[in-house]
Design a protein around this ligand. Structure first.
Ligand SMILES: [Zn+2]
Ligand SMILES: [Zn+2]
Length: 167
């Protein structure tokens, strides 16, 4: 963690507070102690967070955290911590199986959403499916808007038919 980044320092404090909150809920529910996980912000790529079960460590994606702080505090933190709790209690089971779902919903009182790794991809490269006479074309948001405003028509290079969006 960079000492010179004040927003990350504040977010780190908030994340630790959330972790302690959910850890306490798990301790009350399972009637046992859990070790506080190691936290760092060195995760790269499209994933928001990854839990390392044997290391009892959670790596967060610093760039995505700074862009989506609320989402991290509300969703990513309990999601990743739940993986560690499940590992401590049940050992190696399916990552988003019934044990993980139960910890999210029953213990943490949070929706068991498993799609946050995909969420970012949707934001990064949203496309719309168009059809010609021979295949499907994925048009960018910019092109799609042009077609919808009737300021452009695109044609398939292969079959020469106009591309049509079927909702
Ligand atoms: Zn997960
Ligand atoms: Zn075609």
């Amino acid at each position: 963690m960079s000492e010179t980044d004040p927003s990350l320092r504040i977010l780190n404090m908030q994340i630790l507070r959330q972790l302690r909150h959910y850890l306490l809920l798990a301790e009350r529910y399972f009637q046992r102690a859990f070790p506080m996980p190691e936290i760092n912000y060195q995760l790269r790529g499209v994933k928001a967070g990854v839990a390392y079960l044997q290391k009892n460590e959670i790596r967060f994606n610093r760039t995505l955290l700074l862009e989506n702080p609320e989402y991290f505090l509300q969703q990513i933190v309990p999601h990743e911590l739940a993986h560690l709790i499940v590992y401590h209690v049940f050992g190696r089971v399916a990552p988003h199986g019934k044990e993980w779902k139960a910890v999210m919903e029953t213990v943490f009182q949070q929706p068991a959403e498993i799609y946050h790794h995909l969420d970012i991809k949707n934001v990064q490269g949203k496309t719309f499916a168009y059809h010609c006479g021979c295949r499907t074309h994925n048009l960018s948001v910019r092109r799609h808007n042009k077609v919808q405003k009737q300021s452009a028509v695109y044609f398939c290079r292969e079959c020469k038919q106009p591309l049509i969006h079927l909702p």
